[in-house]
Design a protein around this ligand. Structure first.
Ligand SMILES: [Zn+2]
Length: 286
C-alpha cells in the first residue's frame, strides 16, 4: 500500500522503532527495497536521492511505476525525495506523486532554512505529503577523500527544537556523529546520543539518522532507543550489488547481461533485511 511517511513515522514513534529508508535509483533497485520489506513484513521508505533523480530517470518517468509497485504491495511503502535541495525540482516531484519529500536547506543559516522549509510544508499539505528537513550538516565521504563529521556539523538541540516548532515538519534529520558514504575499514563513528534525546524530550518529533551504512549495529540500536524513527541506508545496499557484479563477472566474464542486472538487485535484499531487523521494524507492517 502506498503511504506518506506521516502515519508510518507516527506509528514508529509511538511504538519505539525506526522505519528503514533505503536509497534506490531505478525500478529494479526500488523493487529490491519493496521485496525486502515484504519478506520482513515491515513498513519501508524508498529514498530517491534528488541528485540521482535529476541525472538518471527524472520524476516524470520514474514516479508512477514505483507508486504502482507500492500500491500492489501488502506492506506500507512511501516514496521520499532524499536531500531535495533544488526546491523547484522538489515541487515537481510532489506534483508527480511523491508521498514524501526532504527539504534540504541545511546549507543555509537556521532562519533561512526554516523559512524555506515552512514554504515546502505549506505546499506539501495540498498533496497530503510529508516533509523531512535537516538542521546541522552531516559529514560526507566522497572521491576527494575522507571528510568525517566535525564539531561544527553537529545539530544544536536548541536550534532544532525551535526549528521543529516553527516549521511544522513531520521528521527532522539530526547530525550527531554519522557521515554519508562509506567509513574507512574498521572505523566505528562516535555518536552523541544526548543530542537526539534532548530534541526528542522537548518535541516528541520523529527524528532521522542519515548515513546509516557502516555506522555499526550497536550505534543503530542505541539510536532507536534514543528516539530515532527513520534510518537512511544507501551505500551498503549499493556495495552489496556492486560486489555481486564484480564477483559474478570474475567467475564468468560471459554472464548474460540482462540476467546479471536482474541478479544484482536481488543480491542486495539480504543487506536491507539485516537493517530492518536492527531497526525494530520487522513485523510492523500492520
Ligand atoms: Zn542523507
Amino acid at each position: 500500500m502506498y503511504q506518506s511517511m506521516k502515519g508510518m513515522l507516527a506509528k514508529a514513534n509511538a511504538e519505539g522503532y525506526a522505519v528503514m529508508a533505503i536509497n534506490a535509483f531505478n525500478l529494479e533497485t526500488a523493487r529490491g527495497v519493496i521485496k525486502a520489506a515484504e519478506e520482513m513484513d515491515a513498513p519501508i521508505i524508498i529514498d530517491l536521492l534528488q541528485d540521482h533523480v535529476m541525472s538518471f530517470f527524472d520524476c516524470d518517468i520514474l514516479t508512477k511505476p514505483i507508486v504502482k509497485m507500492a500500491e500492489q504491495s501488502p506492506v506500507p511503502v512511501a516514496i521520499n525525495l532524499d536531500h531535495g535541495h533544488d526546491i523547484a525540482h522538489l515541487k515537481r516531484c510532489l506534483h508527480e506523486g511523491f508521498s514524501s519529500v526532504m527539504c534540504d536547506a541545511s546549507a543555509y543559516d537556521a532562519e533561512e532554512n526554516a523559512r524555506i522549509t515552512r514554504s515546502v510544508v505549506e505546499l506539501a499539505q495540498i498533496y497530503d505529503a510529508s516533509v523531512e528537513a535537516e538542521v546541522g550538516n552531516m559529514g560526507r565521504i566522497d572521491d576527494a577523500g575522507v571528510v568525517l563529521t566535525d564539531d561544527q556539523m553537529y545539530t544544536d538541540p536548541d536550534v532544532a527544537i525551535d526549528f521543529i516548532q516553527k516549521t511544522g515538519i513531520d521528521a527532522l534529520a539530526v547530525s550527531y556523529g554519522s557521515t554519508h558514504g562509506d567509513y574507512p575499514e574498521g572505523y566505528v563513528p562516535t555518536f552523541h546520543f544526548d543530542i537526539v534525546e534532548k530534541i526528542k524530550a522537548a518535541t516528541g518529533a520523529a527524528l532521522v539518522l542519515h548515513g546509516g551504512s557502516g555506522a555499526g549495529d550497536d550505534n543503530m540500536r542505541r539510536s532507536v532507543e534514543a528516539g530515532i524513527n527513520k534510518i537512511n541506508v544507501g551505500t551498503d545496499y549499493m556495495i552489496a550489488q556492486r560486489e555481486f557484479v564484480a564477483h559474478a563477472l570474475a567467475e564468468n566474464p560471459d554472464y548474460d547481461f540482462p540476467t546479471l542486472m536482474q541478479d544484482s538487485w536481488t543480491a542486495g535484499i539480504d543487506t536491507i533485511k539485516h537493517y530492518i531487523e536492527i531497526s525494530g521494524s520487522a513485523g510492523k507492517a500492520r
